[in-house]
Design a protein around this ligand. Structure first.
Ligand SMILES: NCCCC(=O)O
Length: 825
């Protein structure tokens, strides 16, 4: 039976109810009968949700799933994603037996080959992370590669990593198998039931309207692939994803193409090879993808685009050069079909900011098969418990700016989205499409002054500054880059003199009105009922008691608060504040773009402030640490907070956007004699790593509770009215946290941290680096780690970087200024 790319799969395989009338109500409606929707429904059933309805516009698996290549690949760039893919690989291995459907899972393993030294570094990092997660790997010698992939020409191959538990299977039948399991566990399945509208009342989802009638629901999950954006947009919900062409072709029979042949990824040449019936499938992840608007997709199911051999020619040439047997074999199928891609190439899951009870799982960037089981499980838990419990920050639907949902922007970005999967994942790698869309008020000035920009959340930020007279450009490496010394100089200037950082990307909200205090008290763990002009560092928890956001709240007046949080939590912060403000006498105003934020930082920052704002008293008494005030500065006024994210004396100045350039220029001019320098986000990261300040999305997130993060001091458990997550927190024992946050420094000054390195104590794995950077003052890589709480602090520590274990020093206290003296001078 020809089952790959099979268009005959349907719920008819296991039920005759697929065309039956729709129920009037379901507790959860899952929209989309592909493998993602099926997995969500099934995992909901496993958690005890039995009233689940799965709606498919066409027949099962007729969206993106049918033309997937069915690759099962657990090698990922982070522990969080590897845990999800590991779950997927194990799930598929058992799927035949569990479901009674032959999904043809072949545990062949998969190999990533490296043709450049940088790629060798990358696969070594992938191996470190895999092994951290208990995923077996083998770094192949030339001889072993010849043994497992005898039909490849090894010319130009510098390294190869075999992931032993990987493989491939039939995606359409896997989708049927999972839907069948869900059906047996309680899910009602309906085909030819396209959802046309979502019903929303008072900010909450109440149901769906389909071609076959209306179904009311408490929760709706959109798992309908590239159609998700348009459906969500109908109710004002932003889900930025965009379709692009994705191609795989199948050769005629090739000698040596056998079932047991591992999937081969030639990442540097942007293609993969997998066996199929004695033939080879060649799949393309070309750097110059071809985006297509939804209006170009004319078919509701089994959508395809025409063959385009010309666009495919570079991939074909590369594949035929690696596998000489492919040359002349000819091809019997060219499959070109749409998949959906997101602006940052991570998929999109979670509850939407705009509509309560409306969840999303879409934009899988061609990785839907491997992630379907893990995402199904995690999203089902999220729905049932009300919040995520894993490191989902980088996947959360709320991470985007609403502007990133613009179709012109998405089209431009999607050109590179496909290729990003196989492109080098250099540390600090930047996107090159759809740039300069959102800029801070200081952007042009910073550009003139040599800023090298990076993009996060669609917003340009100054990451580092080039030498005068040069045009700063990123080069990339897993080792030291050409701009390493520039960052070092910015770092040292901050520790020793004074620097300016443009931190205008911060999300900023004003909460005002008689109930403003009540709103802020509910969302914040800290007690913000302090004196006017006092800033408080706080966490925002979810009901499960883990961390959603961190930031500062400053009381501007009795009834007015300034909430400042990380840039990519802007939507989430807004959602939390608005939810609490609902029905209360409080207004929430998103002031993110209304104000710039200029951080004036370093031991000489006071001197600079004295010069630029001479009418103010800059003594410690007049403005102690963590206090704010309105100051007369340059040619106007601005709010000024005495806080710091780098561990030095410092001020954050918040001029209105229209005054920002004036204030910035005045700071530069006044600072000239003091040797003021500009500094960017990379220096910010090196500085805060030495100081041990947590970075949201790495050291803290929904997988970490306040005690594990070492942030128990932010919990005002006795404050009137409590806070979101208090009940869950009260169940935790502060003296016996689940994990512990510690500070780690390598003894050897040479190696660099990338992400998620494994920490060992006395030879045993005890945790991982949650973030790290080069500590230019300390002269070595430095970071934070989440470790087993019982770790032996007197033990011998090591950190694994690219397969080598380096001795490390682990401390309970930050390495830089542990008592905070430098902040309070
Ligand atoms: N959908 C194709 C997946 C490609 C890969 O996992 O390498």
């Amino acid at each position: 039976m020809e089952r790959m790319v099979d268009r005959s799969v349907s719920a008819a395989e296991f039920t005759d109810e697929a065309e039956a009338a729709l129920p009037a109500h379901a507790e959860v409606v899952v929209v989309g009968g592909g493998i993602i929707g099926a997995s969500i429904a099934y995992h909901l059933n496993l958690l005890g949700k039995k009233d689940v309805l799965l709606l498919e516009a066409n027949v099962l698996a007729s969206g993106t799933t049918w033309h997937a290549a069915g690759l099962v690949n657990s090698g990922r760039g982070s522990v969080a994603l590897t845990e999800l893919s590991k779950y997927g690989a194990r799930f598929y291995e058992e799927l035949d037996e569990k479901s009674g459907v032959d999904v043809d899972f072949v545990k062949s393993g998969s190999i990533s080959i490296a043709r450049t030294p940088g790629r060798v570094d990358e696969i070594l990092y992938t191996r470190d992370i895999a092994e951290h997660c208990g995923v077996p790997t083998e770094y192949l010698t030339e001889e072993r590669l010849r043994e497992v992939w005898p039909i490849a020409d090894q010319e130009g191959i510098l390294g190869a990593l075999l992931m032993l538990d990987d493989g491939y299977m039939n995606p359409g039948w896997a989708s049927v198998a999972v839907t069948k399991l869900a059906h047996e566990a309680g899910t009602a399945v309906r085909e030819h039931a396209r959802v046309d509208e979502l019903l929303v009342e008072n900010g909450r989802i109440t149901g769906v309207v389909t071609a076959r009638g209306t179904v009311t629901a408490d929760t709706v999950v959109l798992a309908c692939g590239l159609w998700t954006r348009e459906l969500a947009a109908k109710v004002g919900v932003s889900v930025p994803l965009y379709p692009a062409e994705h191609v795989h072709v199948r050769s005629n029979e090739v000698e040596g193409a056998v079932r047991s042949l591992p999937v081969l990824r030639d990442l540097d040449n942007s293609y993969y090879l997998r066996h199929e019936h004695g033939r080879l499938l060649v799949g393309a992840f070309e750097p110059d993808g071809l985006p297509r608007g939804v209006d170009e997709i004319t078919s509701e199911g089994f959508a395809e685009f025409p063959e385009d051999w010309e666009h495919f020619s570079a991939i074909r040439a590369a594949a035929e050069s690696t596998v000489p047997g492919l040359k002349g074999a000819g091809y019997d199928r060219f499959l070109n079909a749409p998949e959906s891609f997101t602006p940052d190439s991570n998929f999109i899951i979670g509850e939407t900011a705009e509509v309560d009870g409306l969840f999303v799982a879409a934009g899988f960037n061609s990785q839907g098969i491997i992630f379907a089981p893990g995402v199904g499980k995690k999203l089902a838990e999220w729905i049932v418990t009300g919040s995520s419990d894993f490191a989902s920050t980088a996947l959360d639907v709320r991470r985007f700016s609403p502007d990133q949902n613009n179709r012109h922007y998405l089209h431009a970005r999607s050109v590179e989205a496909l290729g990003r999967l196989y492109a080098m994942h250099w540390p600090f790698k930047q996107v090159h499409t759809a740039r300069n869309i959102r800029r801070t008020p200081l952007y042009s000035r910073l550009e003139e002054l040599g800023a090298c920009f990076g993009e996060i959340n669609g917003l340009e930020r100054a990451f580092w500054y080039g030498d005068p007279g040069t045009r700063p450009e990123y080069d990339h490496s897993y080792g030291r880059t050409s701009w390493f010394d520039n960052v070092a100089a910015e770092h040292r200037a901050t520790r020793e003199g004074v620097t300016l950082f443009d931190l205008s990307a911060f999300a900023k909200f004003e909460v005002a009105g008689p109930d403003a205090l009540a709103v802020c008290q509910r969302v914040a763990t800290a007690n913000v009922d302090g004196p006017v002009d006092k800033a408080v560092y706080t966490l925002f928890l979810n009901e499960n008691g883990t961390i959603e956001i961190d930031g500062t709240i400053t009381r501007l007046a009795e009834d007015r608060f300034l909430v400042v949080t990380p840039s990519f939590t802007q939507r989430q912060t807004e959602m939390m504040l608005r939810k609490e403000a609902k029905g209360r006498a409080a207004a929430v105003f998103d002031a993110t773009s209304a104000y710039a934020t200029i951080a004036v930082t370093g031991p000489r920052s006071r001197e600079l402030m004295e010069r630029v704002a001479p009418h103010e008293d800059w003594s410690n008494e007049a403005q102690p640490y963590t206090h704010g005030r309105r100051i007369e500065i340059a040619d106007g006024y601005a709010y000024c907070l005495r806080v710091s994210f780098v561990g030095e004396l410092g001020y954050e100045v918040y001029p209105s956007a229209d005054l920002a350039v004036n204030v910035f220029d005045a700071l530069l001019e006044a600072g000239e004699e003091l040797g003021v320098r500009l500094a960017g986000y990379h220096a910010l990261d090196t500085l805060r790593s030495e100081k041990g300040y947590r970075h949201h999305g790495h050291d803290i997130g929904p997988d970490v509770d306040p005690y594990s993060a070492g942030l128990g001091f932010t919990l005002a458990k006795d404050k009137p009215g409590g806070f979101i997550g208090l009940e869950a927190v009260l169940k935790l024992d502060p003296k016996a946290p689940r994990l512990r946050t510690v500070y780690v420094k390598l003894d050897d000054p040479e190696p660099l941290f990338v992400h998620d390195e494994t920490l060992y104590c006395n030879g045993e794995q005890v945790g991982r680096l949650s973030s790290g950077a080069y500590g230019h003052s300390l002269g070595a890589a430095v970071g934070l780690a989440l470790v087993d709480p019982g770790v032996d602090f007197d033990g011998a520590f090591e950190v694994r970087c690219k397969g080598v274990r380096y001795p490390a020093t682990v401390s309970r206290r930050p390495f830089h200024d542990p008592t905070g003296e430098r902040l309070k001078v």
